[in-house]
Design a protein around this ligand. Structure first.
Ligand SMILES: [Zn+2]
Length: 248
């Protein structure tokens, strides 16, 4: 079903002749545009034109790689399934609204017809013509809308069913994306935790040697500093006491 929807989207934005491309594009890995051109039996420029049209709606994405020898870029394309489905949903909703509007109009207004010429008039125009056909002079009769309404109803039901399926696919696709994000998040957390653990293990292995050296150093410097401080304090104390004595 999803494949049919993607085909429908491609036909809407790039025309019937582009339909095949929907089946050649993947939603997980990017496909080389030369491969697409070969499979569709069209030129690379024709292929790119189709892809650009789809890309204008954001329904495909690409990465490019430079050919080191030739110096040009090759594009690799991927179809954006969720965006394509949402695009289709929007169109279906629009079409459904249009048909519903037409049904209401048919049900609310009367239409007249000249049966001989098969020309249709709405009520206002029929009145202007005095309910008489200009061409043949026949009197108009009220048009039986039941067949038209039946056709509208049939079309409406078809679109509504499709919309339901598209919405279901959108939900599934969304769930897939959410799950993938969750998996990636968990993987990232796990990797972070492992990196932390490894860093700790390294620290534990290295610390005994380093800490011994550090301790020795710090002890020595501390002692030096301490003796210096003591000396300074002693002298300053002496001076203070002397000055105090003098004042007395
Ligand atoms: Zn007529």
């Amino acid at each position: 079903m999803l494949k049919d929807f993607l085909k429908e989207v491609v036909v809407i934005v790039a025309g019937k002749q582009a339909e095949e491309i929907a089946g050649l594009l993947d939603n997980k890995k990017h496909v080389n545009e030369f491969l697409i051109a070969k499979k569709m039996e069209i030129t690379i420029n024709q292929t790119r034109n189709i892809l650009y049209k789809i890309s204008d709606h954001g329904l495909v994405s690409f990465i490019r790689k430079k050919d080191k020898k030739k110096g040009w870029y090759t594009y690799f394309w991927k179809i954006e399934v969720l965006k394509s489905l949402e695009f289709l949903k929007e169109i279906l909703v629009k079409n459904i609204n249009q048909i519903e509007h037409q049904i209401k109009s048919r049900e609310a207004k009367r239409f007249y017809i000249c049966e001989r010429c098969n020309i249709e008039f709405n009520e206002e125009n029929a009145l202007l013509h005095n309910f008489t056909c200009d061409d043949c002079g026949d009197l108009f009769v009220i048009k039986d809308n039941s067949k038209v309404l039946r056709d509208f109803d049939r079309n409406l039901n078809k679109l509504k069913k499709e919309l339901e399926l598209v919405e279901k696919d959108i939900q599934e696709e969304q769930e897939k994306i959410d799950k993938k994000k969750e998996r990636e998040f968990k993987k990232e957390q796990k990797e972070k935790a492992e990196a932390k653990k490894k860093a700790k293990e390294k620290l534990v292995k290295k610390t005994p040697k380093k800490s011994v050296v550090k301790k020795e150093k710090t002890k020595k410097t501390l002692r030096k500093k301490a003796t210096k401080k003591k000396l300074v304090k002693k002298t300053s104390n002496k001076k203070k006491t002397k000055s105090v004595k003098k004042k007395k």
